[in-house]
Design a protein around this ligand. Structure first.
Ligand SMILES: Nc1ncnc2c1ncn2[C@@H]1O[C@H](COP(=O)(O)OP(=O)(O)OP(=O)(O)O)[C@@H](O)[C@H]1O
Length: 237
């Protein structure tokens, strides 16, 4: 059960000279689904890269459970209990479903623990259990999305970062995957959900932030965000 807060304080991140993130601050509280909404190119993935130590912030601070993880190597960030499901899913196409899941548990030594987690993943995704020996590259897009979530769960994370899970999926799979994210959260995993799909994301979130160009332009409970005129302006305008 996750009990650690992820705190992002005044983070500036740049790839070359120009800052993509210009002083982002937000909190992902334990046990909740917190979402970050924003249109193309505002810096959502860059924020995830900053958390994971893939692109270190040039200024600001990121802490997880009070521990400073700013600019830490990705390997060490993951060891603190954070897992990430990247945009575009990225399963290993030539490996089976089971082999893909095992990769998610690469930091786990005990075979019994790996088995237990795998059974849990198959319980959450019966559709994957039926296809456990199938090559991941032959799964449908929606099934690959499930597999990438399942793989993220194999490290038993406290916090799951999910980057645009609805991207390129049919409405039915989007609905199914969002249901799964909600169920995973009910099992005690804290979720930071980065999305463009406003309505469905807010429907499952406890709290939300809206990223404008490089900075947070609004935050609040889902109800207040749906009706907020400024949000609609910033987001769609
Ligand atoms: N490796 C990189 N090198 C240079 N610029 C980059 C790099 N990655 C992203 N950018 C730029 O940073 C900006 C923000 O990109 P980012 O991927 O964080 O946005 P996003 O909000 O996740 O967008 P999308 O929803 O389209 O994925 C964009 O202008 C992008 O071109």
């Amino acid at each position: 059960m996750g009990d650690k807060t992820l705190d992002i304080e005044n983070v500036y991140t740049a790839y070359d000279k120009a800052d993509v993130l210009e002083g982002v601050s937000l909190s992902v509280r334990p046990g909740r689904i917190t979402c970050l909404l924003g249109s193309n190119g505002v810096g959502k993935t860059t924020l995830i890269r900053s958390i994971l130590g893939l692109t270190a912030p040039r200024e600001g601070r990121i802490t997880f459970g009070g521990r400073d993880i700013t600019g830490m190597s990705t390997h060490r960030v993951i060891a603190t209990g954070i897992a990430c499901i990247p945009e575009g899913r990225k399963v290993f196409p030539k490996l089976t479903v089971t082999e893909n899941l095992r990769i998610g548990a690469y930091q786990v030594k005990a075979e019994a623990a790996i088995r237990e987690r795998m059974n849990e993943a198959y319980e959450i995704f019966p559709r994957l259990a039926e296809r456990r020996s199938q090559l991941a590259g032959t799964l449908s897009g929606g099934e690959q999305a499930m597999l990438s979530i399942g793989r993220g769960l194999m490290s038993s994370p406290d916090l799951l970062l999910i980057d645009e899970p609805s991207l390129g999926l049919s409405p039915l799979f989007v609905k199914e995957n969002f249901n799964v994210i909600q169920r995973i959260n009910e099992r005690g995993v804290t979720v930071f959900l980065v999305e463009q799909n406003v309505r469905q994301t807010l429907a499952i979130s406890h709290y939300g932030y809206v990223l404008g160009k490089g900075r947070v332009v609004a935050e609040g409970e889902p109800d207040t965000l749906t009706d907020n005129e400024e949000v609609n302006q910033a987001y769609f305008g």
